[in-house]
Design a protein around this ligand. Sequence first.
Ligand code: HEC
Length: 124
Amino acid sequence: MTSLIRAITHTSTAVLFVAGLAVAGQAAAAELTKNQQEGKDIAFSKSEGNCLACHSIANGALPGNIGPALIAMKIRFPNKEDLFKIVWDPREKFGRGVIMPPFGDHKILTKEQIEKVVDYLYTL
Ligand code: HEC
C-alpha cells in the first residue's frame, strides 16, 4: 500500500515537473507582437530609451540599478495610461528631483515610441 502511494506521488511529481517544463517552454517561446518588439528595441537601445541604464529588465544585459526592476508591470499598473504617464514625464508621479528623464516632455521619444515601450513593458 505504501509503495503504491509512493508510486502515485512520484508519478504526479513527475507529471507536475513535465507540465512545469512545458509552461516554462511556452513562456520562453512567447512571441512579441511587432509593436512590443519595437518597444523592446527602443527600451534596450543605448541611443533611444536606454531604460537598461537604470532598470533591470528580463534578458537585458548589464542593467543599472538606479531605478526599480521593471517586472510584473501589468499587475502593478492595471491602468496602462498610468504607465504611459510615468514614461512621458515621471516628475508628475515622483516629483521634480526624479533621476529618470521625462522621455515625452523632453522630446527624447515620440508619443508613438512611448506607446510601443509601454506595450512592451506590459509583457514583463
Ligand atoms: C537615469 C535613470 C533612468 C532611466 C534612463 C530610466 N529610468 Fe525609469 N526610473 C528611474 C528611477 C530612479 C525611478 C524611481 C523613481 C522613484 O521611485 O522616485 C524610475 C521609475 C520608473 C517606473 C516606475 C516603476 C515603479 O515600480 O514604480 C517605470 C515604469 C519606469 N521608470 C520606466 C522606465 C522606462 C520605460 C525607461 C526607458 C524608456 C526608463 N524608466 C528609463 C530611473 C530611470
